[in-house]
Design a protein around this ligand. Sequence first.
Ligand SMILES: Nc1ncnc2c1ncn2[C@@H]1O[C@H](COP(=O)(O)OP(=O)(O)OP(=O)(O)O)[C@@H](O)[C@H]1O
Length: 377
Amino acid sequence: MLDVSLEMDIDTFHLDVAFTTQSGRTTVLLGESGAGKSTILRLLAGLQMPQRGHIILDGTTYYDSTARISIPPQKRPFGYVFQDYILFPHLTVFENVAFGLRAQHLSRSVIRRSVLEALEMVQLSVLTQRLPTQLSGGQQQRVAIARALALRPQLLLLDEPLAALDAQTRREVRQELRTILREVQITTLLVTHHYLDGLLFGDQLLAVDQGRLVQQGDQRELRDFPRSSYIAELVGVNFFRGQVLHAENNTTCLIRLHQETSSSQPNEVVAMLKEGVTQPANGTEIFVVIDPRSITLHQRQPEGSARNIFQGTIMHIIPLGTSTGSHDGKVRVSIALSQTNAPLTAEVTENSVVRMGLQEGQTIFATFKASEASAYL
Ligand SMILES: Nc1ncnc2c1ncn2[C@@H]1O[C@H](COP(=O)(O)OP(=O)(O)OP(=O)(O)O)[C@@H](O)[C@H]1O
């Protein structure tokens, strides 16, 4: 098991995370730029020092501020792959992969075997004598992965390993890396801000936001119960935080949404509690998600029984297209709500956009049923 607790301040950035991961599994750190993902990897690798915390892998302590233990980076059996692969330009593929092994003073035959095995894994054993400049980006990244694997690390730290690759190469290397990670079963932490990579690689996902861990769980937990606007955006649902005003019945409650700006307009939503969520007390902090497909748009204030009516301004209209190229495609309409200044996205048909003559900058009303707004703690 990897058991991590890290606390650190650099300038105005405060990092405070604690988590455990299972041995032999891949855990994905998801978060937007500046959330602190790379810092967590650098602290684990020993390239930066936390102020407090501990790093324990399979019973061995590599760092413990209380016990004053700090194993230097070169003595930690951890492999590290950066997003921009950083190979030694004057060394061949073989020598790049052999570099860390040579520092361990192993015999030539052991080094040769380990290097060829690692290059075999990334399907590069035919290019051993090339220089990095004679390789494509994908091949260079494979060499970087082989270099980390050759050391037979007990922990693999992958910092956006696919980020510098073009879409096609990214798909190829992604597939290879998945196969390798499944085969080698090394405890791995992989940093990404691509949700798809998170889903494909992560047995467990950790959502990092402003130096804190905001959510931890499997794909289903993140999909069904997003707890930050970043994760909600990745999952593709509208997300609000609020406070329970009162319960309407066992399954429905009235919620006051938190406002980003002062507004005299009502900002309440009637939502249904997610299955398994018991009726919370008044004043409880609560999350609400709404599927963009369940939002209806109106040019004028709708009359009738709709409980959730929001007014806003259309910011963007984005056609999603269809595989058939017909005019029944879907369109995403992104709205800045007057009530909360938060964004709300509706997914409607291309036909309805044309019929209502929707345009960016236009005032619009959005409605959704209480049963389409799901609330959870
Ligand atoms: N050496 C440093 N000195 C001062 N601030 C730093 C230093 N290193 C990182 N930071 C700050 O720490 C925060 C987290 O940075 P980090 O690189 O860990 O984020 P990240 O989640 O990996 O982002 P990205 O996806 O853009 O790589 C940022 O606000 C960054 O500016």
